[in-house]
Design a protein around this ligand. Structure first.
Ligand code: TIU
Length: 223
């Protein structure tokens, strides 16, 4: 069967080969989305990220139904913090630092409740979960190998936050030769102006490091 379909996107339509496409869901973790987690300790209004959950759950359901490869990422660190550079640990003046006790366990530590993905988007058996110590999903992870093994060349990028981990991962993926479509209503920022301009940056200059598209376009293509 022909698995290629063209979707409306910015700055221009893009042909997507569903057999070579993965849905990447970045860092939809309790520590970023719920009160008491890392995001809030940095002074952020976590409610800003909640609007992503509904559209992303719908896109995830469509991707699963279409047998698309699904990859989840989680930002976090080992319990002994040996994979957390001092420059990250000591950055700024959060009310609580990485590794400190938070409302949902030690903040951003692997294995803690707060580090895991929110219930609405919980990974299913067979889906890849990438644990990453940085903002980008390629640095110090197995992501490149996993994608190569499946012959993936295009990524639908979703999750939080738009201007931090979504941008870093998309920029890394673009440099590695992937075509990236950032799903505009399935990415979120604590800052409305960063959300708007973060999306504009991707599609500017003829799509300088990717495309943007609304989830409705992708769900229509998957259904
Ligand atoms: N704090 C913030 O805006 N984002 C991060 O630190 N991580 C992600 O973007 N996932």
């Amino acid at each position: 069967a022909d698995t290629v379909t063209t979707i409306a996107a910015q700055p221009e339509p893009i042909a997507i080969d569903l057999a070579r496409t993965a849905l990447v869901i970045i860092d939809m973790q309790r520590d970023f989305l719920l009160p008491g987690g890392f995001g809030e300790t940095l002074g952020n209004d976590v409610a800003q990220l909640q609007r992503v959950v509904g559209p992303l759950a719908d896109l995830l359901a469509a991707a699963r139904a279409a047998d698309l490869m699904v990859i989840h990422t989680r930002e976090g660190h080992l319990p002994d913090l040996s994979d957390c550079p001092p420059a990250k640990l000591n950055r700024g003046a959060p009310s609580k630092r990485i590794g400190d006790p938070g409302a949902f366990g030690r903040i951003l530590i692997r294995g803690e409740y707060g580090h895991d993905i929110i219930d609405e988007l919980a990974p299913m058996a067979g889906e890849v979960v990438i644990d990453k110590p940085g903002k980008g999903a390629f640095y110090a992870t197995e992501l490149a190998a996993v994608l190569a093994e499946r012959g993936i060349t295009q990524l639908l990028v979703t999750g939080v936050t738009t201007e931090v981990c979504v941008h870093t991962t998309t920029r890394e993926a673009n440099d590695r030769g992937f075509e990236c479509v950032v799903v505009s209503d399935c990415v979120g920022s604590y800052f409305p102006e960063f959300q708007r301009v973060g999306l504009e940056m991707i599609a500017a200059q003829g799509g300088i490091f990717g495309w943007t598209a609304a989830s409705g376009e992708l769900i229509a293509a998957l259904t």
